[in-house]
Write a protein that binds this ligand. Structure first.
Ligand SMILES: C[S@@+](CC[C@H](N)C(=O)[O-])C[C@H]1O[C@@H](n2cnc3c(N)ncnc32)[C@H](O)[C@@H]1O
Length: 66
């Protein structure tokens, strides 16, 4: 579902424009399946991911293993 919304290239461009920096801590509020969280982790940030949906939080567990 996430890739039908926007691609990893678009995500990476958005994170680049946002000026995210390795070693920083980010809060991903409404993290959903963790698509943005994953992009942040890949860039070397620590991420606090928050979502009100237990089902979404279960999916995001996969990102923790990254
Ligand atoms: C469009 S999805 C987010 C997509 C996600 N950012 C990604 O990169 O794939 C919106 C998410 O926000 C969550 N959400 C909506 N209202 C919220 C709230 N008040 N507190 C926490 N999460 C919320 C929903 O459960 C849903 O998973």
């Amino acid at each position: 579902m996430r890739k039908s919304l926007f691609s990893e290239a678009v995500r990476d461009r958005a994170l680049s424009i946002a000026g995210v920096e390795k070693g920083r801590i980010a809060a991903d509020i409404g993290a959903g399946t963790g698509f943005i969280t994953e992009g942040l982790v890949r860039k070397g940030l620590q991420v606090i991911a928050v979502d009100r949906s237990e089902a979404m939080l279960a999916e995001i567990e996969e990102v923790r293993a990254f």
